[in-house]
Design a protein around this ligand. Sequence first.
Ligand SMILES: [Zn+2]
Ligand SMILES: [Zn+2]
Length: 488
Amino acid sequence: MNTQILRFWVFFMLMDMISLKQVSPNRITVDFPTLENNKIFRKVNKDSTFNCIDHSLKPRKLKKLLIPFLFLSIASFGQSKLRPKIDQSSDQVESKVIEWRRDFHQNPELSNQEFRTAKVIAEHLRSLGMEVTEGVAKTGVVGILKGGKPGPMVGLRADMDALPVTERADVPFKSTVTTTFNGQETGVMHACGHDSHMAIMMGVAEVLAGMKDQLEGSIKFIFQPAEEGVYDGSIAGAELMVKEGVMEDVDAIFGLHIWAQIEAGKIGYRSGPFLAAVDNLKITVNGTQSHGATPWYGVDPIVSSSQIVMGLQTILSRNVNITENPAIVTIGAIHGGIRSNIIPEEVNMIGTIRTFGDEQQALVHKRITEIVTNIAESSGASAKVEIGKLYPSTVNPPAFTSQMLPSLKGAAGEENVIAMDPITGSEDFSYFQREKPGFFIMLGGMKIGGDPLTTASHHTPDFYLEESGFKLGVRALSYLVVDYMGMQ
Ligand SMILES: [Zn+2]
Ligand SMILES: [Zn+2]
């Protein structure tokens, strides 16, 4: 039985006994040692009659004394006794985490090309005595740390890839790596902070490996490639890892993202839909070509397309319950026609759809199709809608979030845990959450006192991270793991 549960049980048994004393004061007395002994109860007679050693302490007083014990029990419920050791070890590993992060930062690799990165990670995990598998979902690395006691398999995930961004930040470990991407010369930069995710998780691995005999379960360290996506239409990243079976033996999973708009030392989270689902939208409108001076001889797909663009915006104002969650439909490009006096035959549009949760996603997709096809038909044109589903919405299950929130508060301090608004960006951590309960959090990486509005955002050349925030990431993930194990 879990020791916390045992404490509760003992407490309620004692409370029950004292209630009996109040009901039948003449029959039952309480065996109570002096307070100096710092032991509340020491003996329970076989005949269920208790002898009160210190008669000055009445049961009512005793009950009062037990109340703080109850609060202590409640406050510590779900807290692993390994927490103090984690605090100490995360302090010790901090300088290494910063060093690893700087090394990754200077050696960034794009999606599915994380070869050097994978090697560094695998070597570290092996040095900690883990069972390591490389080449998972192309360049991913999975390490298993077996705990000394039976218990669940807890997954931890860090993403590995960098972006085609040329770094401008003035740091001594600035990236000077360049490549050709989509036919363009570009710098390569960890402009989303995945370098810090890997370094933090390597820190967690070291911290927890140092107490593996006391772990009530095992940990699967999942280093995932290609979170930023690939452009060849293939399955990659988290989706591919899941397809390859990485989640089959995992009972629950935790992951974090550094967040440049939250101060270092703080953690953000959201219960329910947190990050958006992202889907690609492609619309083709077909009309009948005619002279620009005689539109009545044709069907104008440009006018239809204009109506479609405006019509799509009514989904958000008229169909989506905006009090629950936002949604976005953006048309990013329209192409049609070749010169001023020719009405073309065809117009093509592309856009992006952001939704929160499967139900809302289905509604928005349905309304897009209805609006596009019906507007086109109303003018005699025809239209085709193609929606390419990319990442699902990252959703923190509310019950699991409530269960694990005390671990975050324990790691960061209650005042440093922020409930966040939904984020219209997306994350493929959602694929792991679709398999097993998963909790995704945001770790502060902004300078203390910085202004989120003027701080360079993710995916930009000036993206910068305050390294003092990393230690909290190590502590928070470690707390989540050991507390979760203790709850099983
Ligand atoms: Zn990113
Ligand atoms: Zn990212």
